[in-house]
Design a protein around this ligand. Structure first.
Ligand code: ZN
Length: 296
């Protein structure tokens, strides 16, 4: 009798699980990689983690690179357990085995979201360049992409125009370049981002690059006078890689708190994992003239 009762108890637990879990959909598994960055990654990772978890769609783990030589070669994040790798990493090249595992992960369909200075990383790693399309590199490093006033994409050869840089920080407008894309759907065509660095002159192979948003880099702010790529994606193997350049974190402001930049990061994580986006545009969202900064 005892055994039978236990069995019944277990069965009832199993039956109750889907109800207790709420949503029938399993959560999307995200791994945030951090540990080195020229930005305060210790402030950035908790923000991204909390925002992802608050949607109820994601479960989040963090893999932090070892702080020093000790343990570096033994560091082995298991990418294969996840659907998304969110890179908050801008530091020394990963161990060869980790690079290999990362490529394998993306080739087999893993999703990657690269935020702000994570696109500065890994200069010289050709596969990473291919994946991100454009990175923070010198003018000789590769092609540059800008968008004309009429909306046409214009590619520039190496050494034609500037390499990577940014002018003063300011609140700039972000313009959607693919309003039908799930990540951009429902966002205003133009909206004002919170105070941030506006990266310009990004360089790379820029192959199979799908531009989602740009920002006008005003010369009066130390920019280029061109519409610079701000959000884009590149297919790599069976995987998808989204880069969003927004999200500087500094002593005066955390641009990751912009409601627009935040939504794009969240939607990018959902999209690279599932090919779909269900996250709605929140009621408090920037307009063309007014930015919206979320509370910490
Ligand atoms: Zn920055």
């Amino acid at each position: 009798m005892k055994i039978r009762r236990r069995l019944l108890f277990r069965l009832s637990l199993l039956l109750a699980l889907p109800v207790m879990g709420g949503a029938a959909e399993p959560k999307i598994k995200v791994l945030i990689v951090d540990g080195q960055n020229n930005h305060d990654w210790k402030r950035m990772t908790p923000w991204h983690r909390a925002q992802l978890e608050a949607t109820g769609l994601f479960s989040v783990d963090v893999s932090t690179t070892p702080p020093a030589e000790v343990g570096w070669e033994a560091w082995r994040p298991d990418f294969s357990k996840y659907q998304v790798v969110l890179s908050n990493y801008n530091g020394r090249p990963w161990p060869e085995a980790v690079k290999f595992a990362f490529l394998d992960f993306v080739e087999k369909g893993g999703g990657v979201v690269v935020v702000h200075a994570a696109n500065n990383a890994f200069s010289g790693w050709k596969a990473y360049d291919q994946m991100i399309g454009l990175g923070w590199r010198g003018p000789e490093y590769g092609r540059r992409l800008t968008v004309s006033e009429s909306g046409a994409e214009e590619f520039h050869e190496p050494n034609d125009g500037p390499g990577a840089g940014h002018g003063a920080q300011w609140e700039f407008q972000v313009t959607s370049r693919d309003e039908g894309h799930p990540i951009m759907k429902g966002l205003p065509q133009v909206w004002k981002h919170g105070q941030d660095e506006l990266y310009h002159g990004q360089r790379g192979p820029a192959e199979n690059l799908h531009l989602l948003a740009t920002a006008y880099s005003d010369k009066a702010k130390g920019g280029t006078g061109a519409h610079e790529p701000m959000v884009w994606w590149v297919p790599y193997g069976k995987g998808k890689v989204v880069t969003t350049l927004m999200g500087h974190v500094g002593p005066k402001n955390d641009a990751i708190q912009c409601a627009g930049a935040n939504l794009i990061t969240l939607r990018a994580c959902q999209w690279v994992a599932t090919g779909q986006v269900s996250l709605p545009v929140p009621a408090a969202f920037p307009t063309a003239e007014q930015s919206v900064i979320l509370e910490k």
